[in-house]
Design a protein. Structure first.
Length: 149
């Protein structure tokens, strides 16, 4: 699994002009699921997102997690994180999991985050979404957890 985590002042996802979910201070998490990913990767990444210290404390040091600041998380499924651009001009998405594998794992990731006490909202899996991100910092971090053998 791959996650692009962005610290935000606000985030919003819309489908066909209708706002589906929006958050204030927190994280926008773009998540991609690979062919061989399991709940183990989803749980590890959810726990990492919940406790990763990317928010500033009173001294301006990044010592606080989204949980520490009572922030929100907006999760958006994004299979394009598995784009393979090594050949040609068109990305290949052969390494991305098909929807019947990816959607339950994204839902598991969201459920695990919520179970850790994080306020979570999400986009609509498989929909064409407009994602509005007001990146704060900017802080953008790539997290990846390969399938464990």
């Amino acid at each position: 699994m791959k996650v692009v985590l962005q610290r935000v002042r606000r985030g919003r996802v819309s489908v066909d002009g209708d706002t589906i979910a929006d958050i204030n201070r927190g994280l926008v998490v773009l998540i991609g699921v690979g062919q061989t990913d399991t709940t183990s990767e989803a749980e590890w990444l959810a726990e990492k997102c919940a406790v990763l210290r990317v928010f500033e404390d009173e001294q301006g040091k990044t010592n606080l997690s989204v949980k520490d600041v009572a922030g929100e998380v907006l999760v958006v499924s994004q299979f394009t994180l598995y784009a393979d651009t090594r050949k040609g001009r068109r990305p290949s998405f052969i390494n991305a999991a098909p929807p019947e594998i990816a959607q339950p794992l994204v839902d598991h990731f969201v459920d695990r985050l919520a179970g850790l006490g994080v306020s979570v909202k999400k986009g609509i899996f498989g929909a064409r979404m407009l994602v509005d991100i007001e990146n704060d910092g900017p802080v953008t971090i790539l997290l990846e957890r390969e399938t464990q053998s």
